[in-house]
Every structure is written in C-alpha cells, then in structure tokens.
Design a protein around this ligand. Structure first.
Ligand code: C5P
Length: 401
C-alpha cells in the first residue's frame, strides 16, 4: 500500500543531541516511503553528525544558514513554504525552550516560526534534564499550541545510565509522522460548527450574569478541527482569545443571540460541538439604567429560563453529529448519561469542575467521554488541545461512513 508520505516534502530538523546520528536512519526510512527530505541542522548538531552524511542520504543539501538565499528566497521562507511536515528528531531541551517561547535565532527555529504545517518533536536528553520543571512546562506549552510530541522513552542514555530521555526509535517516529499526515485529511470537505465561551445576560447598563468560562476548550476544538481538514464555523461568547483566522467567526453576547446564529447555520453543517457555557437563565427585565444601591437594601432578581440550544438541535438533528459538554460537581457519569439521552447526543464530554486542572479558565482538562453506545473513555489531566484531539478522534469514529 502506498504511504501518505509519498511525494511529501518533509523538513527534518536535527539538533545537538547524541541521538542526532539516528537522523540518518530517519532520512532513509522517509525516503523509502517516497518522501523528499530537506535536512535542517543547528550548529550544535554538526558536532554529532556531519552535514555531508545527511546531504548524501537525503540527496538534498543539509541547510544551516539563516541568511542563505535558495530557491530565490531567504532559506527559512522557502523551506517553510515547501514543507508538508516539520519533524525535529532529535529535539533538545534548548530548542524546545526556544520554540515554546518564540525565539527564532537560527534557520531551524526561524523556519518553525514561519511554517503553518504540522510540527512533530522527538525529544532526546538526559533524564535529569527531562524531569526539570522548566522543560516539563515547555513541553506542556508546545502541546497546548498543537505540536505533536513523540517520546522520549525509557532506555539507555548517553550518560550510560538507564532512564527516561531516550529518543523514540526511527521506525516509530516515521510511523507517527505518517499518522499525523494522514489525520490532516480526517475531515476534508466537512463543515462543523463549534460554540465556545460564556454568554452574558445583562442586568442593567453595567452588570451581567455570566460564568467563568474562558472559551479555551472551544477554541482548541476549532483549531484542532481546522488542522484536521474541517471547515469550522466558530460562534463564541465574550472571550479574550484570538479566533483561528481560517474559521468563519461570529461573536455573540447572549444565549438568545447564540441560539439565533446556531439555528441560522445548522442546516449547512455536518455536526456541532457545543462547548459554550450557555447561561441557563437571563434576567426577565433589563434595567435601562444602572441599578442604584441606595434605592433598596436588598435586591431580588427575577430570572427566566433561556432556551436549551443543544436540546433543540437534538430534536432536529437527523444524521448530523452532536457533541455536548457538561460541567458537573458530582455524579459525573450518571449526569453525563442522563444529558446524552435527554439531548439526543452522539457524544458528551463531561468534566468535574471541582478537580484541580479541570473546567473553567484553566489550560488543562480532565474529562470523561461517553458516546451514544454508552462507551466511556476517561482522560487524565492534559492540555485542552490534547483533549480536543481525542474528541475529534471520537467524532471521526462516530461519523456516518
Ligand atoms: O444541561 P447542561 O447545561 O449541563 O448542558 C450543557 C450542554 O448544553 C453544553 O453542551 C451547552 O453548550 C449546552 N447548552 C445549551 N443551551 C443552554 C444550556 C446549555 O445549548 N441553554
């Protein structure tokens, strides 16, 4: 069977780790599956493997120089443009740190900054370095920005010790690269709607009822969906986040506005991922001016229920795919099951907001996925982007053939 790597251009970054010698085998394996390989080395990498080795195996000159002109352009721009995938193997703690913090001071890191294609990192370092809190924080940052990490693994290290930090073996890395490229086409030609953020329900000219929702889960879903080939309509309540430029974006304020937009777009989409924390209630009456404290010693708010948008969609969904979310403080599984049935969903993503590292505002989530057949997947704490990846995996499984 022909590999998805066939006729693809892979930018292979090599950084200064002893594992750099294994890059030679990665070039071989990529070429064997039909890819063109463009090696880009850091200066440090040249201490571990000679550029000529990579040049010969790749049949492409290994690049190092940020200021060289090739293919009529600055090298980093032409590389960023021609690549279908960036794979950095091995990647050192230093280069991960640079990428995580937006430092671009050589050809490799500058190219990474300029590219829009998927980026795979295969770390290699000593166990002590790998366990360093700053390295772990950088890894989390890179993952939350949608980068793919493979390894490191437990095994023999350059120090002679056995521990975690060994780069994954080349065949495993190349299989992984194949899977990532494959997933780019998962939702090609499909249109999904994602809702995100809170809604705001005005009380008077200055105050509103809302929730702690930040929009992070919904925006991560939109980004991941786009990366996997879907067209995305993103409908968001107030959020400080920047919507992905490829999304068709609508900003809304209230639950009623959100409902209007969702209904307007529903007939065109293949599915909806309703991550928004829609306010269940709104004030019956919005005061025309500011409510004054000296007019009363206590204040009773008269609230009316907002429409349950997702429940409405559940009634008219036909074969469209519906994903709901629920934030609970107890009996997670029971409540998820109840809502899945009540709203006629294909999948529900439930999180217990009492857990540290889950729910509103934070960068990570701990969720339970329950599908329409009752299959449950529990995900431990991970970045919202990684949770989004798992949700889209499940959506793919549940999509009609
Ligand atoms: O019933 P509950 O509010 O827990 O359900 C949450 C799910 O329903 C979320 O997916 C949320 O976006 C959606 N929802 C809605 N309209 C509402 C309230 C919640 O679509 N008024």
């Amino acid at each position: 069977m022909s590999s998805v790597l066939k006729d693809k251009s892979i930018l292979l970054g090599i950084t200064g780790s002893i594992a750099a010698y294994k890059a030679a085998e990665i070039v071989r394996l990529l070429k064997r599956r039909g890819a063109s390989v463009y090696p880009v080395m850091t200066q440090a990498a040249t201490h571990f493997i000679h550029p000529l080795t990579l040049t010969s195996l790749a049949a492409q000159e290994a690049s190092l120089d940020l200021f060289e002109m090739k293919r009529g352009r600055m090298e980093h721009l032409s590389l960023a443009q021609l690549a279908d995938l960036v794979l950095i193997a091995p990647v050192t703690a230093n280069v991960m740190g640079k990428i995580a913090h937006g430092i671009a001071d050589d050809l490799l890191t500058t190219t990474v900054m300029a590219t829009k294609v998927p980026i795979i990192l295969a770390p290699a370092m000593d166990e002590g370095m790998y366990e360093n809190a700053v390295v772990q924080a950088n890894i989390r940052e890179l993952k939350s920005r949608g980068m793919h990490l493979i390894g490191p693994e437990e095994g023999e290290l350059a120090s002679g010790e056995v521990g975690k930090g060994r780069m994954s073996e080349p065949p495993k890395i190349v299989d992984y690269a194949e899977r990532i490229l494959q997933s780019r086409g998962d939702f090609a030609g499909k249109l999904f709607m994602v809702t995100a953020g809170p809604t705001r329900e005005a009380l008077d000219k200055v105050r509103f009822i809302s929730s702690y929702s930040s929009g992070k889960m919904g925006y991560a879903l939109a980004e991941e969906g786009i990366d996997r080939g879907a067209r995305i309509i993103l409908i968001s309540g107030p959020s400080p986040l920047i919507p992905p430029p490829q999304a068709e974006f609508y900003s809304v304020e209230t639950a009623l506005e959100m409902r209007k937009r969702v209904m307007e777009k529903f007939s065109a989409v293949d599915g909806v991922l309703m991550a928004a924390a829609v306010s269940d209630f709104r004030p019956k009456l919005v005061h025309k001016s500011k409510i004054k404290k000296n007019a009363c010693t206590s204040l009773k708010l008269d609230l009316v229920q907002n429409p349950d948008i997702l429940k409405e969609l559940g009634r008219i969904k036909k074969d469209k795919l519906l994903v709901g979310f629920c934030a609970e403080t107890s009996s997670l599984k029971e409540k998820a099951e109840e809502k899945l049935k009540e709203k006629n969903l294909d999948l529900i993503v439930a999180n217990d907001i009492t857990l540290e590292g889950a729910g509103f505002g934070v960068d990570t989530n701990i969720v339970l996925l329950m599908d329409r057949d009752g299959e449950v997947t529990s995900l431990d704490r991970r970045s919202k982007r990684e949770v989004a990846r798992k949700i889209w995996d499940k959506v793919k499984e549940l999509m009609p053939a």
